[in-house]
Design a protein. Structure first.
Length: 309
């Protein structure tokens, strides 16, 4: 099967004249390219309007002799939008920027039988679908690290990283969910495209649907793990707060009787201190009284298990 990476009108015309199925993979999707494709293949104006304005949701639009599939893969951990036109004679992919997944699929598709249109369409969509697995595997390792850090650290940065990871998972879930639902019923739409064998196409697209179900389950599992990590981090923070509170309580409790003693005997009544006028009296009654009060409190805390934690 021929794979074209540029809008070569002469080569396209030659392939169409021979009736040879081909894949046209375009890295740019500016208005000029979209207009040229519309004139060359006679695509519906509504489909072309969608391709002029990326930011579509995953969908399958049937226009009779061709189908527009808006599908998302993953590039560098972020969703990448691909517009895929499927007819009985070609599959055309439009994207804005580099997509290593489709680039890697060129060699594999180059070995596909030119008459196997169903497998060609499947390989393109399956490559985009499979791009989720390495990204989710990397996220899973990062989540494991976050769980370990969340259980041991009260650093606010851990919480920030958890929220950032949840945001990335939500972005993936936002496109995977509709794609899964899309392929639940998409076989009936794509199967009607001229040139595609109904039974073969159905089997291929069912495999993509199974992969999307698995991806959606992994995303949901990772979101639950992040929720657990957030709870662990909150527990670590509460434990840290409790430790600080316990320390402050201990200090405040020890100083309470000391403050009372010094305050009570510091009253301006001469008869209270007239008989206490030597250094020995000061050490015995002044310092000794404070030390005795502190020692009794510490003994009480030890007996009551205050320091057990």
């Amino acid at each position: 099967m021929r794979i074209l990476s540029a809008l070569d009108t002469a080569a396209i015309g030659e392939l169409r004249d021979r009736g040879e199925f081909f894949w046209l993979d375009l890295h740019t999707a500016d208005d000029a390219v979209v207009e040229h494709l519309g004139r060359l293949f006679g695509f519906n104006e509504l489909a072309l309007e969608d391709s002029r304005e990326f930011g579509q949701r995953p969908k399958v639009d049937d226009y009779g002799d061709h189908v527009l599939i808006v599908f998302f893969g993953v590039e560098a951990g972020e969703p990448v939008e691909v517009h895929c036109y499927v007819t009985g004679e070609t599959v055309i992919t439009l994207r804005r920027g580099h997509c290593s997944t489709l680039s890697a699929a060129h060699d594999r598709l180059g070995r596909v039988d030119a008459r196997s249109e169903e497998e060609a369409v499947y390989r393109v969509l399956d490559s985009l679908t499979d791009s989720y697995f390495p990204a989710l595997e990397a996220m899973g390792r990062e989540i494991d690290d976050l769980e370990e850090e969340a259980s041991e650290s009260s650093d606010p940065e851990v919480r920030t990283r958890i929220f950032a990871m949840r945001k990335r998972l939500v972005a993936l879930r936002r496109v995977v969910g509709p794609q899964r639902d899309m392929f639940t019923a998409a076989g009936g739409v794509i199967d009607r495209v001229p040139g595609l064998d109904v039974d073969r196409a159905h089997d291929f697209f069912r495999d993509i649907h199974d992969h999307l179900l698995q991806i959606a389950d992994i995303i949901d599992t990772n979101r639950e793990l992040l929720t657990g990590a957030l709870d662990l981090h909150a527990s670590a923070i509460n434990q840290r707060v409790n430790q600080v509170t316990k320390q402050l309580t201990l200090i405040a409790t020890i100083f309470l009787p000391l403050t009372f003693v010094t305050g009570f005997f510091g009253q301006n009544f001469g008869w209270m201190v007239d008989g206490i006028d030597t250094a020995t009296d000061f050490l015995a009654f002044g310092v000794g009284g404070l030390v005795a009060a502190s020692a009794m409190l510490i003994f009480y805390f030890v007996r009551s298990g205050f320091f057990a934690d």
